[in-house]
Design a binder for this molecule. Structure first.
Ligand code: NAD
Length: 503
């Protein structure tokens, strides 16, 4: 049996329960039907129905928010060492079921197993990392003044909402849920409607690890129903959101009446800038990896290649050869590098840019084609002869599609790089140290790598500027979001108190 057949057989075993029972909501440690019945989840690999999913709305969110509210005090007050043990057990549970998580994720989202097997383990790492911080998370400062001993302490903000997208949904949800739980918050999670499978696995793993009922609740449904209701719920104190920039604006508006604290991780149109003095082979490897891995459905993808005109021809020629070699195929085949796009809607969006590129006068130098008609497969695509005003250079396509734009000088590269509404990441390839310092200083992005692809290090801040978001994840930045700072001043003596009405 080939590895692909073996993986398909294993997946079938894992999907049995989903097929039999569907995916209910999980509220206060109990399965719950959706108040609007069910919707169906389909696989982008062959468009087949995977299972029914509870269709949650405002009524279900209300129950989940109340459950998270009721569970909050006990979870907040549990000794940190005990909370830490439970969170570590969640990490162990994820590791034990990493294969199941990865295979389900591939089938649900079309992502290649090659990348999802690692993404599941990164989910476990997120829990381990934040478990290690549980004990110090509440620590504060001592800020002595002449008359007072001032201390600060941090307390969890309360029940929070976590709203996640369909790209690497398991890993992204752990990125939010792990620090929230470590901070002492309770959570209502609204996973993306296109990828509900692994959110179900996560809540089950968490409860089996000893997470008390109601600390993590999952409500499935759509953005305009369950998502909106979560943002508007008065008992939910903050919303951690990952998704599109225009949804980010809606999240802000919907949370206005209840004064929600929002953390928004949004879209990107990230430049990779290749100067002619760079190590061009490594730059090529990194540029290809950052746009064509994970189906190009990643917020940090290097979707704009800015290449110096002195090396453009040679660089693009090598790029075309490599792009044409990328293996598109069944996501459960470990050799597959690109699987199908997540949904029909997204497939139509991405393939629509093949015509937009031609209409705008760019050249389709590689790809620009769909593959078969069984699922939502496309060839990895490269547009050349483009300029930065074109829609393919300005808009987030969110697929395996790269737009190459030439530049002649450092000033021009910087101007093009910054001439975009987004500002999530930037990748700079040069061996000129002073140029790297100058360039990164002026580049408008929340995260920049020099002579490297995106290598995530959990203690570093993750987030964007401009339309790419507000707020940072990672390290202590996550706790700043999920916790409130509290100041307490203790008088150290009999300092003078101004007397009123005491003539
Ligand atoms: P999306 O904004 O359509 O949906 C994301 C989530 O928001 C889903 O769960 C959806 O149901 C929910 N939602 C939609 N409308 C809502 C509303 N009015 N109120 C509350 N919730 C609502 O995004 P998507 O298409 O699922 O994901 C792709 C996007 O996510 C891309 O733009 C990508 O760049 C972005 N993303 C950003 C990061 C980052 O860290 N910056 C990471 C991953 C993905």
């Amino acid at each position: 049996m080939s590895v692909l057949d073996d993986n398909i057989a294993k997946l079938d075993g894992y999907l049995v329960r989903f097929r039999e029972t569907g995916i209910p909501n999980r509220i206060a440690g109990e399965d719950a039907a959706g108040s609007m019945g069910v919707f169906q989840s389909t696989s982008p690999v062959d468009k087949s129905v995977i299972c029914d999913v509870a269709h949650g709305t405002a009524a279900d969110i209300d129950k989940a928010a109340n459950a998270a509210h009721d569970a909050f005090a006990a979870w907040r007050d549990m000794p940190a060492s005990e909370r830490k043990k439970i969170i570590i057990r969640i990490a162990e549970g994820i590791e034990a079921r990493a294969e199941e998580i990865a295979l389900c994720e591939c089938w649900d989202t079309g992502q290649a197993y090659k990348f999802m097997s690692k993404a599941a383990l990164r989910g476990a790492e997120n829990f381990r990392y934040f478990a290690d911080q549980v004990v110090q998370a509440r620590d504060g400062q001592h800020l002595k003044s002449p008359t007072l001993m001032n201390i600060t302490t941090r307390v969890p903000i309360g029940p929070v909402g976590v709203i996640t997208p369909w790209n690497t949904p398991f890993m992204l949800s752990t990125w939010k849920i792990a620090p929230a739980l470590a901070a002492g918050c309770t959570v209502v999670h609204k996973p993306a409607e296109a990828s509900p499978l692994t959110a179900r696995l996560l809540v089950k793993i968490a409860e089996e690890a000893g997470l008390p009922p109601g600390v993590l609740n999952t409500v499935n449904g759509f953005g305009e129903g369950a998502g909106k209701a979560l943002c508007e719920h008065p008992k939910i104190k903050a919303i951690a959101f990952v998704g599109e920039s225009r949804t980010g604006s809606l999240i802000t508006k919907q949370g206005a009446d209840t004064l929600k604290r929002n953390h928004l991780e949004l879209g990107g149109k990230n430049p990779v800038i290749v100067f002619d003095d760079a190590d061009l082979d490594r730059a090529l490897d990194a540029a290809i990896f950052m746009i064509y891995s994970i189906n190009g459905e990643r917020c940090t993808s290097s979707s704009r290649l800015l290449v110096q005109d002195t090396i453009r021809k040679e660089f693009e020629a090598k790029l075309i050869k490599r792009v044409n070699n990328i293996k598109v195929g069944h996501p459960l085949d470990p050799k597959t590098e690109i699987g199908p796009l997540v949904t029909e809607e997204h497939f139509k969006k991405v393939t629509g840019y093949f015509d937009i590129a031609k209409e705008d006068g760019a050249t389709v130098a590689a790809g620009g084609e769909v593959v078969g008609d069984k699922g939502y497969f496309v060839r990895p695509t490269l547009f050349t002869q483009a300029d930065n005003k074109m829609r393919i250079a300005q808009e987030e396509i969110f697929g395996p599609v790269l737009t190459s734009i030439p530049f002649s000088s450092e000033e021009e590269a910087l101007q093009i790089a910054n001439d975009n509404p987004y500002g999530l990441t930037g990748y700079v390839w040069t061996n000129d140290l002073t140029r790297a310092l100058r360039f990164t200083d002026k580049l408008e992005a929340g995260m920049i790598w020099v002579n490297s692809e995106n290598v995530r290090h959990l203690p570093t801040p993750f987030g964007g500027v401009k339309s790419s978001g507000i707020g940072r994840d990672g390290g202590d930045w996550s706790f700043e979001f999920y916790m409130e700072q509290k100041h307490i001043g203790f008088a150290t003596g009999q300092h003078k108190i101004t007397k009123l009405g005491a003539l």
